[in-house]
Design a binder for this molecule. Structure first.
Ligand code: AP5
Length: 216
């Protein structure tokens, strides 16, 4: 049966880190809406350039655009075994649209994990984060160049202090209600994301396997 996972959490919680790892280990498709938008921006796609202005202000891109991107991605054959979603849904409207998509697909449970991290730690992580200017990969602490492609490391364009504050505010107002939308489901779990990444990954594996067998 397909395994479908949503990685929720505030900016800097480690959603991307854990989604990539879990998807790799289970050979599932990872869909990161932030990465898809950043790739589209590099290709000078006109819709993406409009989206970039919002991303650079720490605001959300509109629901219709994001729902269309995810709906299209989920119809491709490589999504049939299941997926790990990173960065979607971010509004209740997106969560409702995802439920409709899942109903049409009719395969496998939808496991929702909230990666919880205190705000002070989020601010620290985002201030310190460096990414590769060429391929966008997160750098590990102490790296001088990208470990994947040897590209130069830079601060992500939305990781400046003021923009991070706005992203956290948007998360509280628009995305936290999505947790309430899911909280009553037997497939909803919360993981302590303030632990070392290895430990978060172990807890996630256990929780996701447990939730995947829970009855709706
Ligand atoms: P997106 O790219 O999704 O950004 P985000 O949600 O703000 O999340 P981040 O990528 O900053 O953090 P993360 O939780 O993935 O953490 P990471 O693993 O990187 O979205 C960017 C923008 O695109 C949005 O603001 C919006 O404009 C737009 N957008 C995207 N999706 C949208 C949607 N559905 N609707 C509307 N708009 C949308 O880790 C962060 C750092 O911490 C890294 O340096 C990492 O190495 C480190 N780290 C990770 N785990 C740990 C740990 N356990 N301990 C210590 N450090 C850790």
């Amino acid at each position: 049966m397909a395994l479908n996972v949503i990685m929720m959490g505030p900016p800097g919680a480690g959603k991307g880190t854990q989604a990539a790892r879990f998807a790799r280990e289970r050979t599932l498709l990872k869909i990161s809406t932030g990465d898809i938008l950043r790739e589209a921006v590099k290709e000078n796609n006109p819709t993406a350039l409009q989206a970039k202005a919002k991303m650079d202000r720490g605001e959300l891109v509109d629901d219709d655009t994001m729902i269309a991107i995810v709906a299209e991605r989920l119809t491709r054959p490589d999504a049939a075994r299941g997926f790990v979603l990173d960065g979607f849904p971010r509004t209740v409207a997106q969560a409702q649209a995802l439920d409709e998509i899942m109903e049409r697909r009719g395969c496998g449970p939808l496991v929702i994990v909230d990666v919880a991290v205190p705000e002070q730690e989020l601010v620290r992580r985002l201030a310190e984060r460096r990414i590769c200017a060429v391929c966008g990969t997160n750098a590990a602490a102490g790296d001088a160049l990208c470990s994947k492609c040897a590209g130069p490391l830079v601060q992500r364009s939305d990781d400046g202090r003021e923009i991070v504050r706005e992203r956290l505010r948007v998360y509280q107002n628009a995305t936290k209600p999505v947790l309430d939308f899911y909280r009553g489901r037997p497939t909803f779990r919360v993981v302590n994301g303030a632990q070392p990444p290895e430990r978060v990954a172990q807890d996630l594996e256990t929780m996701i396997d447990d939730a995947a067998t829970a009855r709706m």
